[in-house]
Design a binder for this molecule. Sequence first.
Ligand code: FAD
Length: 446
Amino acid sequence: MSDRAITPTERVSNWLSTFGAALETGNIQAAVAQFQDDCYWRDLVTFTWNIKTVEGKTAVAEMLDMQLDHVKPTNWRIDGEANEAAGVTDAWITFETGAARGNGHIRMKGDQCWTLLTAITELKGFEEPRGPTRPKGVAHGAFAERKNWLERRQQEEAELGYSKQPYVVIIGGGQGGIGLGARLKRLGIPTIIVEKNERPGDSWRKRYKSLCLHDPVWYDHLPYLPFPDHWPIFSPKDKIGDWLEMYTRVMELNYWTSSEARSARYNDISEEWEIVVDRAGEEVILRPKQLVLSTGMSGVPNMPNFPGMDTFKGEQFHSSKFPGGDAYAGKRAVVIGSNNSAHDICADLWEHGADVTMLQRSSTHIARSESLMDLALGGLYSEQALANGITTDKADMIFASIPYKIMHDSRSRCMKRWRSAMPSFTGNLKPPGSGLIGATTARACL
Ligand SMILES: Cc1cc2nc3c(=O)[nH]c(=O)nc-3n(C[C@H](O)[C@H](O)[C@H](O)COP(=O)(O)OP(=O)(O)OC[C@H]3O[C@@H](n4cnc5c(N)ncnc54)[C@H](O)[C@@H]3O)c2cc1C
């Protein structure tokens, strides 16, 4: 036998083969023995039909005990070559279950698994048509009463929600609802997106004038249609609004504008939802099997109540109603709060000649955008990351593969690097009284 050292790729392949054999023979003990004591398995739908992280060997065993018989995993393979750095071997993997195909990621310490990610890519029998299975788009020949694409599209729009019920209703047509709507459309699942705004993208258009996305373009792609490669790194809000609107049309989404969902209740007898929608003044009741709430988490203004508000003579409004700094030239303004919107709004007011004061109640995460890009996001979401083969899909998966319990380690390392790289910046923030806390908003400092 050769005594050459085992390569990282061989280490992972051996692990997968032992692990896969243990699962296929239902030997949970042998499967669990492949993990180190301090281990994590994050599952996105394949094993648990849920988004779930199990921590430690006992929890791995319990999850397998409950799920292995139904899931029937097979065909564990390494995808590409494994890497090794700082004592950790990591690799992309693929596998199958009875119902689905999946991919994932593994990190090993020695010959045992430290973190495992398993994620669904598609359900067997419900693959999205694409590439060789794309639709033809035309039926060559002569057919009486043929309808062209536009007529078929108009018919679908006229019928769905009235003479035909959608299978899914998504309430909220921001990028979350739009992205999911596109996936369902590709699967051929009749879906309506209900949006109270007048146009797709309005949830961005209606925000303050100076707003540009704070996250870079590589982080922001929607499924199927990435931004073109000349798209700015930080999208202006109206530009992103137009992109979302274009996307709904190109992806042929059934997107009801000026439509507010007023109520929803599940009917146990008919086993469907009854959703009351005000569609531009007309009451429509939708009866889908599935309801998705995609109403966002930043959409509802939180207006505090301060003593004296009722007698204050000046204007008072929530940041979501800020019209832009040009309306306040020469005036005095106070911005209550010190996070992203507050900083954007203060800068906008200052640029337009207002005398502005920001009130900070408690410590704030502050980092320069350049530092975040350089030290935090850059490894995953940047041109350099792309050059290193880290596409947005891969970056998202790497990010998803890190259990929250160990994420703080990489964040602290990032913070230390940031502090030593920017001593004058953090120092300069202290004299004006800005409370800083010991972490950045870094989401992916690896
Ligand atoms: C100032 C600001 C800057 C931000 N910058 C970034 C950034 O740079 N990068 C980033 O990733 N995120 C950013 N965010 C967070 C951003 O809000 C979310 O990333 C994004 O909007 C989430 O999309 P969503 O579809 O979940 O929600 P939203 O975009 O909020 O969409 C929810 C939709 O639901 C609709 N809706 C709500 N209730 C109903 C109802 N009853 N009936 C019908 N429709 C309804 C709303 O009109 C809205 O269009 C920022 C947020 C703010 C406020």
